[in-house]
Design a protein. Structure first.
Length: 369
């Protein structure tokens, strides 16, 4: 028996979409070219906010704000049903200068988000320089790999079928309708198809039509380990962030590199990120790097994903191109795409996320950030 929906791509967007559909009573299968949850969803830091939310279009924060707000409940539910703790932690975010105070305050006022100007050491005592800083106490974080493990276990319990190491080669389109997908392990049939393949979505859809600006963007990160936690909030300065974990691990990220599908790491990035981290928190200077890795983000202009039906095909939908904020946007993105495929009215305005939408086209000439 064919499932109601086949989701192409087993990262956090695919998992969350499958979870939402299964909760609404649909039968769902996921097909993944590699191993589920091992690409950008695993590689990221898990900050549940844009790095500087006032720098982004409303189309971004329309997804990140409600999605981030749901994680407190979602992670509690997953812990109760799967026994896996994603370590949701509302530790706040400290933004070190330079920053634009007026823009930050305008954004905070529009979104009823708490923000205050404080001394940096009032929130992180080991900061190198006790400068003024912006304090966003409502920002939370979680551990991506643990979230993905919990979601996978929940999907198993919900009856979602997962097919790993199965590459989708193309869609079989007949009379504006997808009849099946051809994979490395044979054809798969479903009632509808949702593409959540991240950086690989564009290559799959090139046979249909091009999307402006979608491409993989490499991000390199470091992992350090202290004997005990050294600070509580996420700390950001000039695009570099430090993310503390409960067990003393500290993530340092990240680079933005337009190098195609190259996931290799570089000595230059390691040196630069470690030095920048030590500038922020001098105690990190002599702390060894435990791990250094890279992931491929599904780059998109302005960080605006495509969440829509594929033009000219009545049963193929996109939920791709979330760039740096796949985890952050995932619950809201899943809600929106499920509302679309099930023909239900959505509380989220779908207009900015249409294939070739004005919002995406407007940002296509902007730098990827």
């Amino acid at each position: 028996m064919h499932p109601d929906f086949l989701i192409i791509g087993g990262g956090v967007i695919g998992f969350m979409t499958a979870l939402e559909l299964s909760r609404r009573g649909a039968t769902v299968s996921i097909v993944e070219r590699g191993v589920t949850g091992q690409e950008a969803s695993w590689a990221g830091g898990g900050i549940l906010s844009p790095l500087l939310p006032w720098d982004y279009a409303d189309a971004v924060t329309q997804l990140t704000a409600p999605a981030a707000a749901r994680y407190a409940t979602l992670t509690e539910e997953l812990l109760a049903t799967t026994g896996i703790d994603a370590e949701y932690h509302p530790g706040g975010m400290l933004v070190l200068p330079p920053y634009e105070t007026s823009r930050a305050r305008q954004w905070a006022s529009r979104h009823a988000a708490p923000v205050a100007e404080v001394s940096a050491r009032s929130q992180a005592a080991r900061i190198g320089a006790d400068t003024h800083a912006l304090w966003l106490p409502a920002i939370a974080q979680l551990r991506n790999p643990r979230l993905l493990k919990a979601l996978r276990r929940q999907l198993d319990a919900n009856g979602v079928t997962l097919r790993e190491k199965t590459e989708v080669l193309n869609l079989t389109i007949r009379r504006a309708h997808a009849a099946s997908v051809r994979t490395s392990r044979g054809d798969i049939h479903a009632g509808g198809y949702i593409v959540t393949a991240g950086s690989w979505s564009q290559s799959l859809l090139d046979v249909q039509q091009k999307h402006t600006g979608f491409r993989p963007i490499r991000g390199q990160m470091l992992l350090l380990k202290a004997e005990r936690p050294l600070f509580q909030p996420v700390i950001i300065q000039r695009g570099v962030y430090l993310i503390p974990r409960r067990d003393g691990h500290i993530l340092v990220g990240s680079t933005l590199e337009d190098v195609g599908f190259d996931k290799s790491t570089t000595a230059e990035a390691l040196t630069t990120l470690h030095a920048r981290a030590a500038d922020i928190l001098p105690v990190l200077a002599d702390m060894p790097v435990v791990r250094h890795w890279a992931g491929l983000r599904p780059g998109s202009p302005g960080n605006i994903p495509a969440i829509s039906r594929l033009p000219g095909v009545d049963n193929v939908y996109l939920n791709s191109g979330h760039f740096r904020y796949g985890v952050t946007m995932a619950p809201a993105s899943a809600q929106l795409v499920c509302d679309l495929v099930l023909g239900q009215l959505s509380p989220i305005d779908p207009t900015p996320y249409q294939w070739h939408s004005p919002a995406i086209e407007k940002n296509s000439a902007n730098r990827l950030n």
